[in-house]
Design a protein. Structure first.
Length: 450
């Protein structure tokens, strides 16, 4: 496993994910809609028709997501249970019945499910259906797509909480004189099993006064600066900066993914290298990924919905400059090795399986909050000590800057609670944020899983 490529892919993923504005969803539903997207139920296309009646096809997607998450929690199907046909008319009651049917098809541990006479009572007891001011659930009214998404995501979250199967994340707590900074180390890849977060982690997000990221994903000025840095502005093209054989390989490799040579030729080598790595990661994960949101983007989206103050430590332009400042020689070789790795993975299953195995291992540790295991599996100190040009940029100065930012938050002693969300690699190791805080005398420790 070439960790340099994984580190680069992580940063590339962060810089390429941009939030898309929603099309007039109800304010009360925004949080659950974000969760629905994370769970793989909702797509951006759905945002345009949220107030229309849910279709049978979309209800099946929602039910499949619930079914998959319960299976991922290790539950077994009841051999004596048969799912009922879904009603032709999709009222709120019909949607409740379909969701409750999925829930009841699993053999739940004793005491998990509340006693209920019917689907509506069950979902009310779970907090999935909360009713109206007159006490009704309006079971006979046609169910909107928005309402179906909300019920689906609430159902998953409620059951995962009861089963104590939510993700815990790599989480530390730093304190100074009444000021608190939670540190959430993320992994910039997605897996359906990441969501929903556990109630403890959701509580930390809810209690934070501000949330700080490596980049503010919605910073349009930063995005523009990043976009400008990706392409040549001096009249040259990619073919002028890399070897002819490598250029031809790149053109042929990217064509099946919809990247015409007229586009590829405008991009700089580091941009193409990160693009190729991201495509490989997508290919490797395709069969296993149901969630379209990396962890950082999910926390960002929820923070926006919840009205949190958003801040960034680095920004798009800074991160782009990390790659843009690489020497011409290094960029050429970086791209060549990235293409070589991609082609090796395409020709054999072993390379793809190796990458997938690493991703799965990291995600499992993240879900369990196995910080020690991740620290041992992620050789950050070894990578940081090499003379590799990219590794020296990805760590070192960045760790120092992030640590200084957290120290400033703590030194403000303003009684606030902040949540700092950055790549887990920056949290661990001798130069990581946690160790730098400890060395400076701050109180910081992993948060025990509740």
């Amino acid at each position: 496993m070439n960790l340099k490529k994984l580190f680069a892919a992580a940063l590339a993923a962060l810089m390429l994910v941009v939030p898309v504005a929603a099309a007039e969803p109800s304010a009360w539903a925004l949080g659950e809609l974000t969760d629905s997207e994370a769970l793989g139920m909702l797509t951006q296309a759905d945002m345009e028709v949220l107030q229309s009646t849910v279709t049978h096809e979309k209800l099946q997607v929602i039910c499949n997501a619930l079914d998959s998450r319960l299976a991922a929690a290790g539950l077994e199907k009841r051999a004596d249970y048969t799912l009922a046909p879904v009603a032709a008319e999709l009222t709120r009651g019909a949607v409740m019945n379909a969701l409750a049917d999925i829930v009841c098809s699993y053999a739940m541990p004793d005491g998990v499910l509340p006693e209920a006479a019917d689907a509506a009572q069950l979902l009310q007891a779970l907090g999935v259906v909360r009713g109206y001011s007159d006490g009704s659930v309006q079971a006979d009214r046609l169910c909107t797509l928005e309402e179906a998404f909300v019920m689906g995501s609430r159902c998953v979250t409620a059951l995962v909480d009861l089963l104590d199967d939510g993700s815990n994340g790599f989480l530390w707590k730093a304190e100074k004189d009444g000021t608190t900074v939670y540190l959430l180390g993320t992994i910039h890849i997605d897996r359906g099993s990441i969501y929903p977060f556990g109630s403890q982690l959701r509580g930390v997000m809810a209690d934070a006064d501000r949330v700080v990221f490596e980049v503010d994903f919605g910073n349009e000025e930063g995005l523009a600066a990043y976009a400008a840095m990706q392409v040549y502005s001096d009249g040259t093209s990619l073919s002028d900066h890399i070897d002819a054989d490598l250029y031809q390989q790149v053109v042929e490799l990217l064509a099946p993914y919809g990247y015409d040579e007229s586009i590829v030729s405008t991009l700089k080598p580091w941009v193409v290298a990160n693009l190729v790595t991201s495509l490989q990661a997508s290919d490797v994960q395709e069969a296993d990924v149901s969630a379209p949101m990396v962890i950082d983007m999910y926390v960002y989206s929820r923070s926006l919905v919840d009205g949190k103050d958003i801040a960034e430590i680095e920004g798009y332009a800074y991160q782009a400059e990390l790659f843009d400042s690489l020497s011409a020689e290094y960029q050429n070789e970086y791209l060549r090795q990235t293409v070589k790795l991609f082609l090796a993975g395409s020709e054999t299953e072993s390379a793809a399986e190796s990458v997938n195995s690493v991703y799965d291992e990291w995600i499992g540790m993240w879900i369990d909050r196995d910080i020690d295991g991740f620290t041992a599996a992620y050789p950050k100190d070894e990578a940081a000590m090499t003379e590799d040009e990219l590794n020296s940029k990805l760590f070192g100065e960045r760790d120092d800057n992030m640590s200084a930012y957290v120290k400033n938050l703590l030194d403000a002693q303003d009684g606030t609670t902040s949540l700092v969300v950055v790549g887990a690699g920056h949290m661990i190791g001798e130069t990581g944020i946690v160790q730098q805080l400890l060395d400076a005398g701050y109180t910081v420790a992993p948060v025990p899983v509740e």
